[in-house]
Design a protein around this ligand. Structure first.
Ligand SMILES: NC(=O)c1ccc[n+]([C@@H]2O[C@H](COP(=O)([O-])OP(=O)(O)OC[C@H]3O[C@@H](n4cnc5c(N)ncnc54)[C@H](OP(=O)(O)O)[C@@H]3O)[C@@H](O)[C@H]2O)c1
Length: 242
């Protein structure tokens, strides 16, 4: 490990890395020296990010995986652990949000899909990768939550539930894993300028929307902090409210 490349030799898995916040996190962790494993569904988009990282001198590979499918998650994790024998950093970033109407009009299939991606997948990925981290006595599991996990979200109740649930899940897992020197943390942003949801987050003014790179910088801080330090939760707001 060097000062310039503090993550040299480490393997980092980033979900939802085909665009938006996940792509920014992947680029940032690669710039810090990690070997990046990118996943999402869109192979072409993943290839594009891998090519960008390679062109910048980094090391990355991609493996498509639909996070609504537990068997695909298990196969993905097995592949990574067999190939690399380690996973130092897991960033549970992939997420969807639909803000189409009140809960009583939310179709069951939308509920199931949203909860599968935003809440069940982080559990399945933690379950798959935590044993390798415990054995290595090191690891970071960073979860991209949302300020929606702190507030009521009318017309987005399922999304709010998934993120409130993610927080409860991960602060509990954090207490289980910290004794093994595995740190589980939450990053909860307000509006970030991406294609998320209906794309409304790309419409905000510059100071009214956080940039994906701002979240990547927070993740970089979390995974490079001193061994004895455990930043467990970061709330990130845009500077301007409107
Ligand atoms: N943007 C915001 O304002 C904001 C605010 C607070 C929190 N967040 C959180 O930040 C995270 C990233 O959001 P973003 O803004 O970067 O959104 P985004 O641009 O829409 O990206 C979402 C990512 O998730 C992946 N994904 C979606 N469904 C998937 C599935 N079934 N299986 C595997 N991957 C899937 C997408 O890739 P594919 O389509 O290729 O599968 C994509 O890479 C989410 O957890 C979101 O809740 C966002």
């Amino acid at each position: 490990m060097t000062q310039t490349f503090p993550l040299a030799g480490q393997v980092a898995v980033v979900t939802g890395a085909s665009r938006g916040i996940g792509a920014a996190i992947a680029r940032k962790l690669s710039a810090l020296g990690a070997h990046l494993i990118l996943t999402a569904r869109d192979q072409d988009q993943l290839n594009r990010i891998v090519a960008e990282i390679s062109a910048a001198g980094g090391h990355a590979e991609s493996h498509p995986c639909d996070l609504t499918k537990p068997t695909q998650i298990e196969a993905f994790a097995r592949l990574i652990l067999e190939a690399h024998r380690r996973c130092d950093i897991l960033v549970n970033n992939a997420g969807v949000g639909w803000f189409q109407g009140p809960l009583h009009t939310t179709p069951l299939e939308d509920w199931d899909q949203l909860l599968a991606i935003n809440l069940r997948a982080p559990y399945l990925l933690l379950r798959a990768f935590a044993p390798a981290m415990i054995a290595a006595k090191r690891g970071h599991i960073v979860n991209i939550s949302s300020l929606a996990s702190k507030n009521p979200v009318p017309n987005g109740a399922a999304y709010a539930a998934s993120k409130w649930g993610l927080n409860g899940l991960m602060v509990s897992a954090a207490e289980e894993l910290r004794q093994h020197q595995v740190r589980v943390s939450l990053v909860a942003p307000g509006t970030v300028r991406t294609e998320f949801g209906s794309g409304q987050s790309s419409q905000k003014s510059a100071l009214g929307a956080i940039q994906p790179n701002d979240i990547a910088a927070i993740v970089a801080l979390l995974v490079t902090q001193a061994d004895e330090s455990f930043i467990s939760e970061v709330l990130v707001r845009p500077t301007l409210k409107k």
